[in-house]
Design a protein around this ligand. Structure first.
Ligand SMILES: Cc1cc2nc3c(=O)[nH]c(=O)nc-3n(C[C@H](O)[C@H](O)[C@H](O)COP(=O)(O)OP(=O)(O)OC[C@H]3O[C@@H](n4cnc5c(N)ncnc54)[C@H](O)[C@@H]3O)c2cc1C
Length: 426
């Protein structure tokens, strides 16, 4: 990757022209999405910042957005499949080994295999390394027993990024292996969880003698914690490949139909995420529609919200630039995530200040402008708490900033150095 943070305009124009020429001679809207994605992967345009050996072109990270936008401007489908695959892809690329890269990266990019993240357990969320799901090697297979929870997309996933304990005699962080679990097998039971906002994007996953081929290991056996940190850093850095469902200007045909169907399926899981983020974008409209835009307290709170929102967008931009110039994940990931939580909470405060008790109204019966907003506001109010939990809670982000970036003393860990079998019972 280049170390130059400025994208030379000439280089960008050259790249756009190259993409245009390629799309012109390869895109055919009557082909299937799978065939189109195969071509993109083959040519290295699916994720051009990846190395040539792994379906990319070895370009700097800024090229991903440029190429994606140019493909779409030419009327072709630009997106690769995303959701949790956007975490699995970069983790496998970085952590390997090669046999895993060879087996999994290509179908991940073509969207043939859907992923989910199997990290959290009922008593191991923030304290993720305290997990107890166990994998034992039996000949050529790992046999897995245990339970995971809060697993987004697990109900339709083909593969799970699974953290399991493989050595109970090693200290807490050293006996964990990062495995790839085939989800569609008798030993895996997925039970959807209904949330208080009526959506069901999470699941519980129960594994009873579930089987995994011996070499489906990301990184090294018993060193899975290191690879897990890579996934978590990507999660904080908002590095999912692309926005879901951007198809303006794409030529109609089977490829677009397939892409829309795929995006709708993925979007079902994420449809409440804009509400989870607080819908700061609706604050001014909400105040005007309710006729309280001149109220000094409302004005002050809306202004505070918009200022916080703008500042958090700048932090996200900084994170994006850091990624584009190939910097390792830094504090902007945790700071950005905290900023999003603060914006979401402030947005919920503003919406409830304006709506009063009407903010509790659900349903879509009313055709008045305010009535149309209320169901969204109600969903905001009960979805916002999820923002400061997903991908590591606010408190955990504070700990990360303090310990890893400010050099403050680490939290006391009574289990340090002890075999986990012993530490767990203390
Ligand atoms: C929208 C959403 C999507 C998710 N998707 C997935 C997924 O796909 N896969 C997956 O595996 N998990 C997923 N999760 C789970 C998520 O990672 C966990 O909920 C999160 O890590 C917190 O763990 P916990 O729920 O067990 O809370 P706990 O760890 O029990 O925390 C409870 C409270 O204690 C505080 N606390 C805990 N430890 C400390 C500490 N050391 N210092 C200070 N305070 C502390 C926490 O901040 C929190 O307020 C998702 C969660 C959400 C909300």
């Amino acid at each position: 990757m280049t170390d130059d943070s400025r994208v030379a305009p000439a280089r960008e124009q050259e790249l756009r022209a190259e993409v245009r020429d390629w799309v012109k001679s390869n895109w055919d809207p009557s082909m299937s999405l799978r065939s189109w994605r195969e071509k993109l992967v083959e040519a290295g345009w699916a994720v051009p910042s990846w190395p040539e050996r792994w379906y990319g072109r070895g370009l700097p990270a800024w090229a991903d957005d440029v190429v994606r936008n140019e493909i779409q401007a030419c009327g072709a489908v630009s997106s690769v499949a995303t959701g949790p695959a956007g975490l699995a892809g970069p983790t496998i690329l970085e952590q390997g080994p090669d046999n895993v890269r060879e087996r999994f990266l290509r179908p991940l990019l073509t969207g043939e295999e859907i992923w989910c993240q199997l990290f959290s357990e009922p008593s191991a969320g923030s304290d993720l390394a305290g997990l107890t799901t166990t994998a034992v090697l039996d000949g050529d297979e790992w046999v897995v027993n245990g339970q995971k929870v809060w697993n987004t997309s697990a109900h339709h996933a083909d593969l799970g990024m699974l953290l399991a304990r493989t050595n109970w005699d090693a200290p807490k962080h050293q006996g964990i292996t990062y495995l790839i679990l085939p989800m569609k097998q008798p030993g895996v039971e997925v039970r959807p969880l209904r949330q208080m906002n009526y959506h069901a994007s999470f699941n519980e996953v129960f594994m009873t003698d579930a089987r995994i081929p011996k070499d489906w290991v990301i990184g090294d056996v018993n060193q899975g914690w290191r690879s897990a940190l890579a996934t978590l850093a990507h999660e904080r850095r908002f590095s999912l490949f692309a926005e879901i469902g951007r198809f303006e200007g794409v030529d109609p045909g089977p490829a677009l139909d397939d892409a829309r169907r795929e995006a709708e399926e993925i979007a079902k899981v994420y449809s409440w995420y804009p509400q989870r983020a607080g819908r700061a974008d609706l604050a001014v409209e909400h105040a005007r529609t309710a006729g309280v835009q001149a109220d000094p307290i409302v004005r002050q709170e809306v202004a505070r919200l918009l200022a916080m929102h703008r500042a958090s967008q700048w932090t996200a931009e900084r994170a994006k630039v850091a990624r584009a110039i190939g910097r390792p994940p830094g504090p902007e990931g945790s700071i950005g995530k905290l900023a999003l939580s603060n914006v979401a909470r402030q947005a919920a405060r503003v919406h409830s200040l304006i709506a009063g008790s009407a903010g509790m109204l659900a349903g879509t019966e009313s055709s008045s402008p305010l009535g149309r907003l209320h169901p969204i506001i109600a969903e905001v109010l009960i979805s916002v708490p999820g923002q400061s939990i997903a991908g590591g809670t606010d408190e955990i982000q504070h700990n990360i900033i303090g310990e890893r970036f400010l050099g403050l003393p680490k939290e006391p860990d009574p289990s340090k150095g002890l075999p986990y079998r012993e530490a767990r019972n203390r």
